[in-house]
Design a protein around this ligand. Structure first.
Ligand SMILES: Cc1cc2nc3c(=O)[nH]c(=O)nc-3n(C[C@H](O)[C@H](O)[C@H](O)COP(=O)(O)O)c2cc1C
Length: 325
């Protein structure tokens, strides 16, 4: 059996973003399909009791498989939760015998898979390149999700306040703080999952208005040195949302998230992600009702252009041999 497309696509899929870089996935395969399984042992038991963030992460991996298969010319189609008796089987990505060469857009999307990194900081004052936001909104819509702009003013300030409140709550709650700390990797560790010191600033970055980053360093002195004159703009703030909130919608949100992030990367736009308030039911509900017109918020995304080296470039991944059954 020719496993080359399988190996190739899974090698790309492991680069998908995942909450705390938990990489909560495993892959199986047949001759003309790849199965994506959620690895519940990697779910955040305190922050993610329903597995919503785990499913978003798996959805991002599903979309990345599709991008890689298209790069090879195959015509993939994903079926979500194809077997009701196996709820851990998140998706089966299949392709037929025929091939059509990838177009330039598809090749750029593939190149962005390893070039993209989560940005953890502010942005410069430059606006997004013309047309970027509408292009990203279309990308989200193609996967059944919505990218809603939160314009400067009371709503954006309220969203920033929700991120601040969640960040304080997280630090005050030993169960939550301990769970996050377990996914922060010590300097020099050979671990290939979790957040390594090269992926975050030594102190959480602050923006205007303030969307504080997670405090991965937590006073341990780990993380990257903070630039003296850091960029402070919060960038273009968006809510990534779905109209329904079932597991299949979380997977769709994950596919849409990765589609948006890859497309942004092809436009030279970096993205910072905040899920802190979406892990707290009351803040999540506040955001849904007050700021998202009752759509279900799945991620807060800040988009912008940065002239500084991104603190996210040092991320790590487990090798294909560890995740491909
Ligand atoms: C569901 C989900 C939630 C995330 N939440 C945050 C967050 O609150 N703060 C953050 O800095 N990054 C967040 N991230 C980004 C991950 O930490 C990041 O994808 C992972 O560490 C891998 O790094 P990379 O994206 O640079 O490849 C989130 C990603 C996902 C998929």
């Amino acid at each position: 059996m020719d496993t080359t497309p399988v190996q190739f696509a899974v090698a790309a899929a492991v680069h998908a973003p995942s909450v705390h870089n938990t990489q909560p996935w495993r892959f199986g395969h047949g001759e003309l399909h790849i199965d994506v399984f959620a690895d519940a042992g990697r779910r955040l038991r305190v922050a993610d009791p329903d597995g919503r963030e785990m499913m978003i992460s798996c959805g991002a991996a599903v979309f990345t498989l599709r991008v890689a298969l298209r790069y090879l010319g195959w015509l993939p189609h994903a079926r979500l939760f194809p077997d009701p008796l196996r709820p851990a089987l998140v998706a089966r990505v299949s392709w037929d015998e025929g091939r059509i060469a990838a177009d330039p857009y598809e090749r750029e999307m593939y190149a962005a898979v390893t070039a993209r990194h989560t940005h953890r900081g502010g942005f410069g004052a430059a606006p997004l390149p013309a047309g970027t936001l509408s292009a990203l909104r279309e990308e989200a819509a193609r996967e059944g999700a919505m990218l809603r702009l939160v314009a400067a003013g009371d709503k954006r300030d309220a969203l920033a306040a929700a991120v601040q409140a969640a960040e304080h709550t997280l630090r005050l709650n030993s169960g939550r703080a301990g769970e996050q700390a377990a996914w922060v990797v010590a300097p020099g560790s050979p671990r290939r999952d979790g957040i390594p010191p090269a992926a975050y600033p030594a102190e959480p970055a602050h923006t205007e208005p303030d969307f504080p980053g997670r405090d991965f360093a937590a006073g341990r002195g780990w993380g990257l040195a903070i630039p003296a004159a850091g960029e402070r703009s919060s960038g273009v703030v968006c809510l990534h949302a779905t109209s329904v909130n079932e597991p299949a919608d979380w997977v769709a949100a994950g596919q849409a998230l990765q589609r948006v992030l890859l497309r942004a990367a092809t436009c030279g736009v970096a993205a910072a992600l905040h899920s802190q308030p979406l892990e707290l039911p009351q803040l999540r509900d506040f955001i849904r009702v007050q700021l998202a017109a009752r759509a279900h918020p799945q991620m807060i995304i800040r988009l912008g252009v940065t002239g500084q080296a991104s603190a996210g470039t040092g991320s790590v991944r487990r090798p294909v041999g560890e995740v491909l059954l």
